[in-house]
Design a protein around this ligand. Structure first.
Ligand SMILES: [Zn+2]
Length: 294
């Protein structure tokens, strides 16, 4: 019921609920009269990454973000080559480490179960999580580390607001966000990244072309696992454990206080029990739309 309360509340009253977990003011009667949510939450809202749980700020929105009419934003899909073997679905787990902390519930399962995954890190997250980084670097057979930018600013080269956070706003600012993320990774002893995923996972077509010209493939996804880490544990587990052959799952590994992470950890075990083959982006053929990989 708690999860239903939260997710229904996010749909009903996004402004009032603000950060995830603010369920105290929600009346159960509201949830009881609401159907299950059908509108998917964002894959990587800035609010989930930037606002501490106890500091309500801008809420994730179900209404279209404010943007200029000339700026078309895309949220590209990405899939990996299928195994085509029944009972042996191939799935790429990708995690964003936007800022904040490391979610040990997820990290420990990946390590103990020897599950390979691709982690998108920002310079900000790296700075504050040296221990988690050491765990990842100590398991190079498991963790592929890729670029999530310097300051977790949406890589859109025109000034728009996405989930309440301002985009980079110019080609130069996009370049700084991408290059700054890569520079911080190299300084931290991480191999040079080949993939980029921007904050909010949204871009405009010119920023995609620019980032591609910098030498990166751009990592979309095909399954939004945790709704920007704002979903409850049960629905997160269900979404991720339902991944099919060739899916690329996005979820977050930087929100240890959110219920979603519990669902992520359980879903990893569910998928393993089903015989899933876990792959990293660097290990397989991938195909993204919006000219992100071709
Ligand atoms: Zn992020």
């Amino acid at each position: 019921m708690k999860n239903l309360v939260l997710t229904s509340a996010l749909l009903l009253a996004p402004v009032a609920t603000a950060a995830a977990g603010q369920t105290a003011t929600i009346q159960p009667v509201v949830a009881a009269t609401m159907p299950a949510p059908v509108v998917p939450l964002s894959s990587d809202p800035g609010t989930a990454d930037t606002a501490p749980k106890s500091t309500p700020k801008a809420a994730p929105r179900q209404t279209p973000p404010k943007q200029t009419s000339s700026t078309k934003l895309v949220e590209p899909h990405l899939r990996v080559a299928r195994s085509e073997i029944k009972g042996h679905a191939r799935v790429a787990l990708t995690f964003d480490a936007c800022m904040g902390k490391a979610d040990e519930r997820i990290l420990s399962v990946l390590v103990s179960e020897r599950i390979p995954a691709t982690i998108f890190v920002t310079a900000r997250w790296l700075k504050h999580n040296p221990q988690a980084l050491q765990v990842m670097l100590a398991n190079p057979d498991l963790f592929e580390l890729e670029n999530h930018g310097q300051n977790h600013i949406p890589a859109v080269d025109k000034p728009v607001s996405i989930y309440g956070i301002a985009s980079a706003g110019s080609p130069e600012a996009v370049r700084l966000e991408v290059q700054g993320g890569a520079d911080a990774m190299l300084a931290a002893g991480i191999p040079a990244p080949r993939w980029f995923r921007g904050s909010t996972a949204k871009y405009d077509l010119s920023s995609i072309a620019q980032i591609r010209a910098m030498g990166y493939r751009i990592a979309g996804y095909s399954v939004n696992g945790d709704g920007g880490s704002l979903l409850g544990a049960a629905i997160t587990e269900k979404r991720i454990s339902s991944a099919k052959d060739g899916d690329v799952v996005i979820s977050h590994i930087n929100q240890p206080t959110h219920a979603a992470g519990e669902g992520v950890a359980k879903a990893i075990l569910d998928l393993k029990a089903k015989g899933t083959e876990f792959v990293r982006l660097q290990d397989v053929e991938d195909r993204g739309d919006d000219d992100t990989t071709e």
